[in-house]
Design a protein around this ligand. Sequence first.
Ligand code: CTP
Length: 403
Amino acid sequence: METLPLKGREIVVGVTGGIAAYKAVEVVRRLKKLGAGVHVVMTREATEFVTELTFREISGQQVAQDMWEKAPQYHVEHIALARLAELVLVVPATANILAKAAAGLADDLLSTTLLATKAQVYYAPAMNTGMWENPATQANLAVLRQRGARIIEPASGALACDATGKGRLPEPVAIAEEILSYFQKGQRLRGRKVLVTAGGTEEPLDPVRFLGNRSTGRMGYALAEAAARAGAEAVLVSGPTALADPVNVRVIRVRTALEMQRAVQAEADADAVIGAAAVADYRPAEVAEQKIKKNDGELTLRLVRNPDILAGLGAEKRRGQVLVGFAAETESIAEYARRKLEKKNLDFIVANDVSQADAGFGVPTNRVQIFYRDGRREQQPLMEKQALAGLILERVADCLADK
Ligand code: CTP
């Protein structure tokens, strides 16, 4: 699978009215090629330099421009754009937009989006040297920097106004690289392979029936996504779920515990394995070839043990490998969790009390305790599964770094 480094990332590109606006087309093209979803917002002045059509074609999305559009693409457009963006890049940024942003003015779609967003904002200024050097512009830049915005410094060289000096927009490739490195920094699992099991298994009784459980797969999917986000090669072995494949993750779908075991063994060269699947401990001893018909008496099912997938990996743990398990318990959590940690030869185990309504199966949140090999215990507050996934991957990276 080709992994595009910015796949799943949503970037708003604001284009303002400078001669360098044509270079923004190339920046958008490069961000798209890296896999990002790019949403272009143009100021009215920008449309004097480059047409909206060009950006629409290159970005593959409608271009947002007017605050008062009759049938806007986004609901309450500036707010929607501000929320959707993980990063806002203003390229080129004129002295005027810098001044407006520094002052908190919001008189068009782009300035309103800049005021509303909580995303990281990058400005790539381009202007005449005199305007760049003017203390007003420098003061505005200082204010924006101080508020967390990043400035991609203009280059020196020949300017459109026949002058030479600082103020040129850097090459589009350099701007795209800067944005890429923003997303890639802090990726502690680059070069690592992380395998996650997720969902429940289905153990067939006959052609139409199975024994299953209530796992939705949400925790495991969030983990695989977090692993990919941290830069890992992420592989997800998933039982049947209703969830869509996470981005940048190689998904192997299986049904039974035995199929899951085979798939996991084929990928067991992973640097870290996280067992988030609710694997059936037992399967029907015989699978009827035809549908089982009812009769008046009782029906007794004979079940046989399934292999413990994680314990199997624990028994043959590779040097430097990190193994993580989950424990869903309804009582004596610490005792059972510690026992599983030892028995399966895990580095840590994430235990949750599934008797609570807001943790565990079928809900978007979890409240967990993490037990480590050295006896440490970490109690976590109630968290969204996405946030918990990020935290667990941080702990995985810590363990890998320690080995
Ligand atoms: N697990 C596994 N293969 C199994 C059973 C469990 O890989 N056949 C993994 C799960 O993915 C989880 C951990 O082992 O990470 C603990 O699973 P759990 O069902 O809570 O524990 P069990 O060992 O099955 O113990 P019990 O059912 O007695 O609670």
